[in-house]
Design a protein around this ligand. Structure first.
Ligand code: HEC
Ligand code: HEC
Length: 281
């Protein structure tokens, strides 16, 4: 598609006032967890972005407020459910997460490093894949369905104990190849609209798309409780939705493409605080 046509489509989608900047509010959860919602962009984004912003900064005051107190944040209900699952024996080996890992707080900092290269498996693993490796290989239990309730709730428990810690995903060494694949996908134009992730989240963040204030599409806040579908949402479901909005065939949650894209997008969030479970519209 010619650039002029692309520009026309992009302009057609942008309605209302162009708000170039995210707002300046500070995010402190429960009056104690101070979140970094704005940071110098990681070195690999040189020439693309100078500053990275959490999606929280682009939400309305009302939506922002819901994330500032765990009693108001409906995403914390998923954390509660996962707390029970953590100590529940499942599978043929008589094990629970707790029997090997102790309290969930022992996992503080872990989610900030995912997706991560797993030497034994010889692949980049998302947090969901790692949890499923524990379930199938160590517990004799069924894997969690990708991005569905049980997996998302457990992910929310693991991110909740890392809240406030900086995203620090490694992109070098054996992870580099997967990262390159994710980067390529990020800049690929999808669908009838021929729009890449970057066309919206890098070139046009701060603009309005329909009623939505467009963010940088960071994933430090996942899982996100969305007021729109009133449930916790996983990273891959969100990617899938964004790709579908370009009227493209999309990739399945847990597919190699979305795993690579997750690694790349997580690395764009490096330096921002882990916020999950966050609240978005
Ligand atoms: C029988 C013991 C055992 C059980 C039960 C178990 N795990 Fe694990 N888990 C391990 C071992 C060993 C590792 C390290 C293996 C590796 O790095 O690949 C690990 C690694 C992990 C990691 C990654 C830690 C890191 O630093 O990267 C996460 C997250 C995790 N487990 C979650 C869970 C969850 C959630 C459950 C329950 C559904 C669970 N595990 C059950 C033994 C267990
Ligand atoms: C047509 C424009 C458009 C394209 C193309 C697009 N998105 Fe989005 N995306 C949106 C809108 C609108 C939202 C909701 C408002 C927001 O959070 O930015 C959103 C939200 C997101 C979020 C949630 C951010 C948060 O803080 O909760 C992520 C992550 C995301 N997009 C990633 C992607 C990725 C990865 C791609 C490429 C596969 C992509 N998007 C392509 C428009 C787009």
């Amino acid at each position: 598609m010619k650039r002029t046509t692309l520009t026309a489509i992009a302009l057609a989608m942008v309605t209302g006032p162009a708000m170039a900047d995210p707002d300046a509010d500070a995010l402190v959860v429960n009056g104690e967890i101070e979140m970094v919602t704005e940071a110098s962009a990681p070195a690999h984004l040189e020439g693309a972005l100078k500053t990275v912003y959490s999606g929280w900064r682009f939400r309305s005051d009302e939506t922002q407020a819901v994330q500032m107190d765990d009693f108001d944040n409906p995403g914390m209900l998923g954390v509660e459910v996962a707390l029970d699952a953590w100590t529940e024996v499942a599978g043929t080996e008589g094990e629970s997460c707790a029997s090997c890992h102790g309290s969930p707080e022992e996992m503080a900092g872990v989610s900030a490093t995912y997706p991560k290269w797993d030497a034994a498996a010889g692949e980049v693993q998302t947090l969901t894949m790692q949890m499923n490796e524990c379930r199938t290989e160590r517990m004799g239990a069924e894997p969690y369905a990708y991005d569905k309730g049980d997996a998302i709730n457990m992910t929310a428990l693991l991110t909740s104990v890392s809240r406030g810690m900086p995203m620090s995903v490694a992109i070098d060494g054996p992870a580099a190849e997967t990262w390159e694949m994710g980067k390529e996908l990020y800049y690929t134009r999808f669908g009838q609209l021929e729009l890449s992730c970057a066309n919206c989240h890098e070139d046009n963040y701060g603009m309005m798309i329909r009623a939505d204030h467009l963010s940088q599409g960071q994933i430090n806040g996942f899982p996100t409780y969305r007021l729109k579908n009133t449930k916790l949402n996983g990273v891959h479901s969100r990617f899938k939705g964004c790709i579908r909005d370009t009227r493209a065939e999309t990739f399945a949650p847990g597919s190699p493409e979305l795993i690579a894209l997750e690694l790349y997008v997580a690395s764009r969030s490096n330096g921002l605080s882990v916020e999950g479970p966050s609240v978005r519209n």
